[in-house]
Write a protein that binds this ligand. Structure first.
Ligand code: NAP
Length: 535
């Protein structure tokens, strides 16, 4: 497929603006082919307006048609084959094996949402039948279900060029709920984004959907994303990325004349608490597991364990040494783009200058490294607990293959770390049965801080399953009630509407007495797939 470098506005390619940019190979810093056109303000507005115009017709599509569209996108990604993977590899330097895994995850998510839409019960239908005899006032007939919101803006993430980008979980869940999508491509992988967007464009054409259901804009300036969020017809936003960008966009969403929901997943420290019994039993094994998790994807995972806390002991010394050895000996690819690598190196430098912090392996990055594209070294930093409490920098996410071991003098230190934690996507606890009993109060504090509690494993590797929760209190996300992974992610892009005393013929199929879609409904307080008796 020859890349055109344009913005995709429904069925059309648009190149209104003169400004262009290119992708870079992060390993060599070499400019790649194809000039991509920065979307103009007019193109951004047109994309959202086309989405708005398409909404009524799209939300009225039968669920089967929406499910077919999602399936078709999944098949299209598979058909894009090696070309998609090769471009993604060139733009991100993520290894082929990882990209194949990520494509499977992406097609799996699309098919999962297709199945959810076909089955239909996700609309959470609730019916409270009328009771005209109720005194002192009769009860009306109430029927509630979830419906789509309208145009959803999706920001592609740099670290998952497929699974959290143009055709990733945000787009899949927004489309599944009946919303048109305008995707903002991440400027680090514009070619991958174009290929994925063209797959969606083709699926829309094949399924005879209104073309405005999907558009994609390219750009390197924050103004573009802000314009999409501020546009009056945008109804919701899905974002994965940094706290700085997420917060700027959240504030823009809240400052609109008509504020809209803004769902950002902004990463976190993902602390790991190793309790004394578990540490004593297997320091080397824990070090190996954690090293694998810290260096996975060159540490560019929102669930990378960025802090390890334990009470000082000879076993902790051994764990630190082994962790340093294992991470240092793990071969690393380049980071995703030079800016991300610079932020990582700057973060290491900054931390290395703090009193009470030392490196257990890597030296502070030197000049040679800084000139070497996006190639970086893994690092294990060590601090004592008081230094950790004194320096707020240490409790911020450092995106990349580094972790901080905090050596505690006492159980109180461990509990203090837990109490001071901001919202996290995950917390991990390594503990024996006895540890769990003894440290019950610590576990109880940790539950208040995180969206997912892992016992005995590592936080990387987020299963796409109904019981998964990939979210957490701010600043891990902007809304702790929702997940961005798994079927429940659809709930971000839907709102309830209640029909009161509505005549049968005007009710949506999901709420009609005969339950033509045989979905689960909560009828007078009981879940059932049954039809209601004719009244
Ligand atoms: P980013 O800087 O947050 O950028 C993500 C998106 O937001 C891009 O489309 C970017 O567009 C836009 N953006 C950036 N700053 C903005 C602003 N001030 N106002 C409006 N839009 C803005 O994410 P990134 O490039 O992927 O990586 C940067 C850092 O984000 C990393 O070092 C890491 O700390 C964090 N990160 C976290 C996760 C996670 O999983 N939570 C994933 C990736 C990255 P433009 O580039 O066009 O401005």
């Amino acid at each position: 497929m020859q890349l055109h470098g344009g913005n995709i506005l429904g069925a059309n390619v648009s190149k209104s603006g003169a400004a262009t940019f290119r992708a870079y190979d992060p390993a060599s810093n070499r400019e790649l082919d194809t000039a991509f056109h920065e979307a103009t303000e007019g193109e951004a507005a047109k994309a959202v307006e086309m989405a708005n115009a398409a909404h009524a017709s799209y939300r009225a599509q039968p669920p089967e048609a929406i499910a077919n569209l999602l399936d078709q996108i999944a098949s299209g990604l598979e058909e894009a084959g090696d070309e998609l993977l090769a471009r993604a590899h060139l733009e991100t330097r993520l290894p082929q094996a990882r990209l194949i895994y990520e494509r499977n995850r992406t097609t799996g998510q699309l098919r999962m949402f297709a199945a959810l839409v076909r089955e239909g019960s996700w609309v959470d239908a609730r019916i409270d039948l009328a009771d005209p005899a109720r005194t002192p006032i009769p009860q009306p007939d109430l029927r509630r279900m979830l419906v789509s919101l309208g145009p959803v803006v999706v920001f592609g993430a740099s670290n998952f060029p497929l699974a959290f980008s143009i055709c990733g979980g945000d787009t899949a869940s927004a489309l599944a709920a009946g919303n048109p999508v305008v995707a903002k491509a991440h400027p680090a992988h514009p070619g991958t984004s174009e290929i994925a967007a063209r797959v969606i464009q083709e699926a829309i054409r094949k399924n005879a959907m209104p073309p405005g259901v999907f558009s994609m804009v390219q750009g390197t300036r924050p103004d573009l994303g802000l314009a999409l969020v501020r546009h009056p017809v945008t109804r919701a936003v899905g974002f994965t990325g940094s706290l700085v960008a997420g917060r700027a966009l959240l504030d823009a969403a809240a400052a609109r004349a008509s504020p809209i929901p803004f769902f950002a997943e902004m990463g976190s420290l993902n602390p790991v608490f190793i309790l004394p019994g578990a540490l004593k039993a297997r320091p080397s094994e824990l070090a190996q597991k954690l090293a694998g998790s810290v260096t996975l994807g060159v540490g560019q995972m929102c669930t990378k364990p960025g802090q390890i806390a334990a009470i000082k002991s000879p076993e902790l010394d051994l764990l630190v040494q082994k962790l340093a050895d294992f991470t240092a000996s793990t071969p690393l690819n380049a980071m995703l783009y030079s800016g991300i690598a610079e932020r990582y190196r700057d973060g290491l430098l900054q931390r290395s200058q703090l009193a009470g912090v030392r490196f257990a392996n890597a030296a502070v990055p030197n000049e040679t490294e800084i000139c070497g594209g996006a190639t970086v070294s893994a690092a294990v930093l060590v601090s004592d607990a008081p230094s950790f409490f004194k320096n707020s920098t240490l409790s911020q996410e450092l995106f990349g293959p580094a972790t901080l071991v905090t050596e505690c003098e006492s159980r109180e230190h461990l509990e203090e770390i837990a109490r001071r934690l901001e919202g996290q996507l995950t917390v991990t606890i390594h503990a024996t049965e006895e540890d769990l009993c003894e440290y019950a109060s610590l576990i109880s504090v940790l539950r208040e801080k995180a969206g997912r509690m892992i016992f005995g494993g590592v936080p990387t590797g987020v299963e796409v399953k109904p019981a998964m929760h990939h979210g957490g209190p701010y600043p891990a996300t902007t809304d702790p009630r929702f997940t961005s992974v798994g079927p429940a992610a659809i709930l971000r892009f839907a709102r309830p509407v209640c029909y009161q005393d509505c005549p049968q013929q005007w009710l949506p199929p999901e709420l009609k007495d005969e339950n033509p879609r045989s979905i689960f409904r909560l009828v007078n307080g009981e879940w059932t797939r049954a039809q209601l008796c004719q009244r």
